[in-house]
Design a protein around this ligand. Structure first.
Ligand code: SAM
Length: 351
């Protein structure tokens, strides 16, 4: 028996969900054509003013602005026909260093839509999909998605939460950032701690190439280098710190990676593992953040891991208990949750 009230509630939810899904391309157009930036910099505008300011056709500007106002992304004043990007929305759409900047999330959504052609057949075969074979620039999207969190927390809160690590980095430590992708985390640490030396490893050659460019642009090549390498094989030893940012669960053999990190560290070294925030049981993760991460996990993380030897496929919502057991199996005696944000948990492992 259908409950009319519940049906209406669910249809309301679906309207919101579909509205969000249909907004992905519009938000990305606004990002790429500098429409949010213009509204942020110059304040309220009519469609004609935005069109002139950003060199686009007025008819398209008007339709895009109308959609944004209907979405609650912009406000609209009927008395003067002007559209405004409110300060809260600007943090999400127009301020790349804000902790809640989400343009990277829309890029990831676009990648995932295109990935359907690859992932749907994999549901039947059970095979994986290589990180380097995924759609569009997954690597750019991922880097952009995670960067605001790292920018706002890594140096100021996450590293200081680890026992004695920030002081060591100040004095001069050796660090490997493994699964570094485009190297945002590596470059941030290298800038903050010029007495320390950093090497970033990733098994995806194009990402390593981008990371090198990025280090060059930020002037940190004196204490930073990037190399192509597997988490279970990188050659460094006697390291003070090894960092894994949002990548342990993507690896085929996370226990093998843990074992390798264990032997690459000094006896008093530290392994910092940043992973998506998650509870230990499915029922703990049935919430909006869990929803985002399970989606990305199905379309990106699980296929990436299944494509590699062992294929552990921990999933992006592995949770502290599961991650701890992987880390301990790799030979670490101590694991603790050093700190957390709504999106990430920061683990500290010691030999
Ligand atoms: C979700 S991305 C995170 C990238 C980066 N750490 C960041 O936070 O932006 C996962 C990264 O892990 C890398 N990766 C996956 N498996 C790997 C492995 N076995 N060895 C080295 N890198 C690996 C991928 O190439 C990718 O760059």
């Amino acid at each position: 028996m259908v409950d009319e009230t519940k049906l209406n509630q669910f249809i309301g939810q679906m309207l919101g969900d579909l509205g969000g899904a249909l907004s992905v391309s519009l938000v990305r157009i606004g990002d790429r054509l500098g429409l949010y930036k213009a509204l942020h910099a110059d304040g309220p505008m009519t469609s004609a003013e935005l069109a002139t300011r950003t060199n686009i056709a007025e008819r398209y500007a008007r339709e895009w602005l109308s959609h944004q106002a209907a979405s609650g992304y912009l406000s609209f004043d009927p008395t003067n026909q002007k559209f405004t990007l409110p300060p809260e929305q600007a943090m999400v759409f127009a301020e790349p260093n804000s902790p809640v900047y989400m343009q990277g999330g829309f890029d990831v959504a676009a990648v995932m839509m295109e990935n359907q052609a690859l992932v749907e057949p994999a549901f039947r075969t059970g095979r994986g999909i290589g990180w380097g074979h995924q759609s569009q620039c997954l690597f750019c999207a991922t880097g952009r998605f995670f960067r605001p969190g790292y920018h706002n927390s890594l140096v100021t809160s996450w590293l200081p939460a680890l026992d004695g690590v920030a002081a060591k980095l100040e004095r001069g430590a050796t660090v490997a950032d493994v699964g570094c992708g485009h190297g945002f985390s590596t470059v941030m640490m290298a800038k903050a701690f010029p007495n320390s030396s950093f090497v970033g490893y990733d098994f995806h050659p194009d990402s390593v190439e981008q990371a090198r460019k990025h280090a060059d642009e930020h002037g940190v090549t004196a204490n930073t280098r990037f190399e192509v390498g597997l988490a279970s094989e990188f050659p460094e030893t006697d390291l003070d710190l090894v960092t894994f940012f949002d990548c342990l669960h993507d690896m085929g053999d996370p226990v093998g990676a843990a074992r390798h990190v264990r032997q690459a560290l000094k006896p008093d070294g530290c392994w910092m593992i940043v992973e998506p925030a998650a509870g230990d049981r499915l029922e703990d993760n049935l919430n909006p953040v869990g929803r985002l991460f399970y989606a990305a996990s199905t379309m990106i993380c699980v296929p990436t891991s299944l494509d590699q030897p062992v294929g552990a496929a921990l999933g992006a919502q592995a949770g502290f208990e599961k991650l701890s057991s992987v880390i301990r199996e790799g030979g670490f005696g101590q694991v603790r949750k050093a700190t957390a944000t709504p999106f990430n948990m920061i683990l500290e492992a010691r030999p």
